[in-house]
Ligand binder design. Structure first.
Ligand SMILES: CC(C)(COP(=O)(O)OP(=O)(O)OC[C@H]1O[C@@H](n2cnc3c(N)ncnc32)[C@H](O)[C@@H]1OP(=O)(O)O)[C@@H](O)C(=O)NCCC(=O)NCCS
Length: 341
């Protein structure tokens, strides 16, 4: 007999979902992806789905919700809620996934999942929750219907990795430091220092705040990515005084993915204007080109009002692919007050 739960209600998966549960979850997210996104946008790999379900992101817990399909074939809809555990974000949360199988839509399944998410948020005393949506999608219609508003507008840019690019150049006295996988212990504290330079990236009107990093948390975050089955590359720049002045991080979520994901890129305020943002990204292209199988493109999100990052990406040949927004909903105040009393 299948180990999938009974149809009809929202089920909570454990922190160790079975292979059958992962397959059923993956079938929903890939069907939704094929239905909702343009054909050229690569979907999530099975390794990525399994990793997301099994290994929580840094300083978070995850809640995995699924509505079994009425015909007994897997799930009709799934949702993944990330509950931040760090002090600055303990009042908010993130919906990493909310998807209903295309043939099961407009039957209230999305609403059922959203109601269950709200129950968890109230139990956890979260005042708000956010998620990323395609502008103009059915998801946006659904989210607006349920009280979400756009707090940050972003454009997703894609860069094809050319066979050759200009070699990176560093100012005198600066040098590259790079690694694949989790940050080696010798670099962890210096890496945390430059990572905190992200704290001034625009966050729009969202409650979620940039995390503060130390050696332990940067190591745990990078190790988590690797435990989720992904490949992670980091290029940093050491300044003449030995501190780290810049870094960029690119991940391949499932081995064999043709599109890598650009994560953070930052230059510490004291070292801005020296071309380090461009240099770390050019060096990263060399690293990616050397991978087997080769990565063919990189996708990155940039906030509309982040002029400096947009300028660097333009120089590197990024083209805009689609517009997305981070939408946020607030929990009704009485619920939070009552539970907080
Ligand atoms: C968004 C999504 C989860 C909705 O799932 P669903 O089960 O079809 O949603 P429901 O049946 O509960 O719809 C509730 C309400 O949302 C709105 N809505 C949902 N789909 C809509 C659409 N295609 N166009 C306009 N409004 C829509 C309607 O107001 C609907 O109520 P109604 O059917 O009585 O008119 C689903 O379309 C999906 O998986 N989309 C792709 C993934 C995504 O965008 N996820 C983020 C969601 S916030």
């Amino acid at each position: 007999m299948s180990d999938l739960p009974r149809p009809g209600v929202v089920e909570r998966l454990t922190s160790t979902p079975s292979e059958t549960e992962i397959d059923a979850w993956h079938a929903v997210v890939t069907a939704a992806h094929r239905h909702d996104l343009p054909a050229g946008v690569p979907g999530p790999g099975r390794v990525e789905t399994a990793g997301q379900l099994r290994v929580p992101a840094a300083r978070s817990r995850i809640v995995r919700l699924a509505v079994p399909s009425p015909d007994g074939s897997g799930y009709a809809g799934v949702a993944l809620l990330r509950l931040f555990d760090d002090d600055v974000n303990r009042g908010t949360a993130w919906i990493g996934r909310l998807a209903v199988r295309p043939d099961q839509r407009r039957r209230g399944i999305g609403t059922l999942l959203w109601e269950e998410i709200q129950t968890v948020l109230q139990q956890e005393r979260r005042e708000s929750v956010s998620l990323e949506l395609e502008i103009g999608s059915v998801g946006e219609q659904f989210a607006k219907e349920h009280g979400f508003t756009c707090g940050l507008q972003l454009v997703l840019y894609v860069q094809r990795i050319a066979d050759e690019t200009a070699p990176p150049e560093l100012p005198a006295g600066y040098r590259f430091v790079e690694w694949t996988g989790a940050v080696p212990a010798a670099h962890a504290a210096l890496f945390a220092g430059v990572r905190n330079a992200m704290a001034d990236a625009p966050m729009g009107e969202l409650d979620q705040q940039p995390l503060q990093w130390d050696a332990e948390s940067v190591t745990a975050a990078q190790r988590g990515f690797v435990q989720r089955g992904g490949l992670l590359h980091t290029v940093a720049v050491a300044a003449p005084d030995g501190t780290y002045a810049a870094f960029t991080e690119v991940g391949v979520r499932s081995p064999g993915d043709v599109r890598a994901q650009q994560y953070e890129t930052a230059v510490a305020p004291a070292h801005r204007g020296l071309g380090l943002g461009r240099a770390v990204k050019l060096r990263m292209l060399q690293v990616l080109r050397a991978q087997e199988p080769p990565v063919r493109e990189i996708g990155t999100h940039v906030a509309d009002d982040n002029g400096p990052m947009r300028a660097v990406n333009k120089l590197l040949g990024y083209r805009p692919e689609r517009s997305v927004g981070i939408f946020q909903a607030r929990m009704p105040e009485e619920c939070v007050r009552l539970l907080g009393a």
